[in-house]
Design a protein around this ligand. Sequence first.
Ligand code: 8OZ
Length: 361
Amino acid sequence: MSDRSPRSLFDPVQMGDIALAKRIVMAPLTRDRAGPGRTPTPLMAEYYAQRADAGLIIAEATQISPEGQGYLDTPGIYSSAQVKGWKAVTDAVHARGGKMVLQMWHVGRISHTSLQLGGKAPVAPSAIRAKAKTFTANGFEPVSEPRALAAGEMPRIVAQYRYAAARAMDAGFDGVEVHAANGYLIDQFLRDGSNHRDDAWGGSIENRTRLLYDVVSAVAQTAGSGRTGVRLSPVTPANDARDSNPQPLFERAVERLAPLGLAYLHVIEGATGGPRDVAPFDYEALHRRFHGSWMVNNGYTEKMAEEVVSSGLADLVAFGRPFIANPDLVKRLRIGAPLNAINPATLYGGGAEGYTDYRTL
Ligand code: 8OZ
């Protein structure tokens, strides 16, 4: 079990094989600023290095393959140029004493034909178009109609994750996080709103959790289980994610992951970036089933974060939007300083404005 003795947000913690100086985590944040070839840029290295005082940085969602991309200008981790670009990022963060893992992403049906090689249809568990939008060269557009993956293609998907995990470790990351949240491919397989399959990858909870289990096993074998985490969002409606009964689904998902000895589990409580009480859910029932570090996220204030850590209900708290506008968030939380406001106009795409130019104290 995770250590439940009294502690504060500013105390160190051993998260699997990764030693963290504090329990404040920078959550993964999509910013759409990759360069040509979906390659991380020197500006991205500067942005992350500015935030290296976090106990851990989780890099923005990063596609594991060209097929896994769903938004304009998000970075990848499958080409050598991308690995080189990320290496410059991890070097910059490590030089400032930070720790950083990469969030590995396959969007599944949350994509657009204009972002797929040869203009092909995005892939999904079932050919059901999501009621969701994505960000393309033409701005926000409805996602495209996907095609259902054939059972014979599933080993290829798992292999993409395995390959990406190896490239992430080549790029100097301290570990990896499997993005199984927010209505993307793995979450699409988990939930019966998007998974209507009648083969070994759909139907029962055992079948719907198969892709999650197979991917996380492969990634843990590659990166090391003590350097692997998973992000889940049991009740988020993000990207048209829906399930008729999420409690037993996610309890079983965590039960299957627990024996892998993962570094951490990262849970979005409520609606991603929205209300925490969107639907009732017993998160402690998941926590009880898991043995690694427990990371919580979504709308935490400093006070809520201190309470959840000091009570032992969580080991780590991930902050998203506060880290965008406050590169020195850790210091501000420590001294109770006010936070800068975020500029919504510069969240996605663009350059340094609203990215590396937020003021420190
Ligand atoms: C905001 C915009 C685009 C993508 C997620 C990766 O929700 C994302 C994302 C967030 O997990």
